[in-house]
Ligand binder design. Sequence first.
Ligand SMILES: [Zn+2]
Length: 151
Amino acid sequence: VPFSTGFVRSLAMEKLTKEQRSANMRAVKSRDTGPEKIVRSLVHRMGYRFRLSRNGLPGKPDLVFPGRRAAIFVHGCFWHSHSCKRGSLKPKTNADFWAVKLARNAARDEEQIVRLKEQGWRSLVVWECAVKDERRLAARLRRFLESRTGS
Ligand SMILES: [Zn+2]
């Protein structure tokens, strides 16, 4: 889930170096047009029906399966601090600003998954970088969706 409004994003972008900015533009572009669409399309082709969102659910999951009480988040690696290369990118300019912002995002992500669990929902996070390997992703999605317990 994109964590910020366009305004916050553009504000944040001003604080990146040119190199970081171009890396980040790629991330933003692929997130807005790519990963969520790919996951939705794949899940649909696998024969599962879902909703795009559901009011009142913590964290506004990208795909919601009400009958299964299951929710899927498609997260951008940079904004949600994935452990991969892109997610480990630490802007050198305004390092403190970024450290706080990214840590806050990660804390909020965890909190939302806990809140979902408290309400009886299982959650799966699909990382942007995991979307390329469609066969592996499909297997993982099926395991998650068919699982009756845990997350
Ligand atoms: Zn990643």
